[in-house]
Design a protein around this ligand. Sequence first.
Ligand SMILES: Cc1cc2nc3c(=O)[nH]c(=O)nc-3n(C[C@H](O)[C@H](O)[C@H](O)COP(=O)(O)OP(=O)(O)OC[C@H]3O[C@@H](n4cnc5c(N)ncnc54)[C@H](O)[C@@H]3O)c2cc1C
Length: 437
Amino acid sequence: MSIDPKLLRTETKIVRKGKASTAQNLSVDICVVGSGAAGTSAALEAAALGRKVALIDGLPSLGGQAVNSIVGTFCGFFSNGDEQRKPYQVTHGIADKMFKELDRAGALHWRQGLTTVVMYDEVALSRWIEEEIRASGMTVLVGAIVRNVVMEGRRVVALELTTRYGEVRIEANGFVDATGDAALAWQAGLPCREAAEGPIYGTQMVVLENIDVEHAPTREEFAERVAAKHEQYGFPRRDGFAFVAPGRGIALVNMTHIETPLDPLRMSKIQLEGKAQVDKVVAFLRAEYPRCFGRSRIRAFGQPGIRQTRWIVGAHQLAVDEVRHGTRFPDAIARCTWPIELHSREAGYIWEPFDPDHMHYVPLRSITAADADNLVAAGRCIDGDAAALSSVRVMGPCMAMGKAAVNALDLAGSGSVHQIDIAALQDRLRDNLFRTD
Ligand SMILES: Cc1cc2nc3c(=O)[nH]c(=O)nc-3n(C[C@H](O)[C@H](O)[C@H](O)COP(=O)(O)OP(=O)(O)OC[C@H]3O[C@@H](n4cnc5c(N)ncnc54)[C@H](O)[C@@H]3O)c2cc1C
């Protein structure tokens, strides 16, 4: 049977790029760049304040590393616990609804020890974020890289972005740098920090399916075997781990260490090397644990997981001793108890857990760019020394910083985030600072 010719469109037209600028212009109250844990929280909290919001990401999909790198577990949302002390939630805001709805959907698995780690289904998280953002009515721009930041004195006035479909210019009263790499501060020509002594390693995550959960090794036995045999199998990390997700028949494998340089060519090459490292890890798992991993297959690779690259110079650099001592800053805006988790060696990472009654804090001054009045960072690119950052860049404090960033910008209005009423800000953030139920 032939198709009716009237249904076939055969006409074409000639098009050509014009000489005049075709950039689309947009004006909002708050522009958030980066849609990871920090940026998603910032954007949704700003929308809840009734502000006109734009949320931008360089990737074609939302969710940052939580979704696209398949990080796989929520950390830093609860206080430490032991037999006497029950952990309580330290970061609320969008986290309350997220935990409730993902739990109801069977997308969470809770592991409680000294720290509380919540495994999540990354597809369910991705859809939850997308639906929350869609319902909020904010403007979303994905696949958009910040090409230029326009400054007037100490204020950021606009971002110029490139997408595969053309240029976009966004003006806003306040900007949140939730890019993880301090991309806004960097493009604005503001001072930034990088680790002075060698790289902080990232990880190429991988999800394995078709595993036999019944025969999963104990964590202790697994740790000993990785340490003893990693060299034999040719992968560098001696302390990696695999989380087996009950009920899903999958394992989330965090066993590689890759450099994550800011050099585009080197980073692209390392991306391929990270996957070659995964092949060696999978060979180890299949050979050493045939009953659990013998028939496993790679189901998904995440985007390369990046821990720390470049961060802002804030009005205060959070120091590891302030983290260890639990310094309670007068301008505290977020808290957590996550250990120091510094991936500063190729073979392993430094892990320094805290007592059950420990709490450490992030001050407003560590998230506000020192040389700008309306640029606030949130997430893994706030100001700290490398060890301090390693204890506040997990997703709980990232979400808390996102909420704090937009509330600080909202209180500043057309003024400076360095001169806001701290008591008013902390009142808005009271659940994330004081709640213990
Ligand atoms: C391998 C690995 C495992 C981890 N495991 C855990 C864990 O189990 N639990 C936990 O809580 N935390 C974990 N962490 C830490 C945590 O995942 C991250 O630190 C956290 O997700 C960072 O969130 P973020 O919002 O600051 O940044 P990201 O999630 O990195 O989001 C930044 C976003 O900004 C976008 N962006 C960057 N530059 C630009 C630009 N120039 N223009 C436009 N967009 C841009 C990126 O595309 C990205 O989507 C892990 C980290 C890694 C790397």
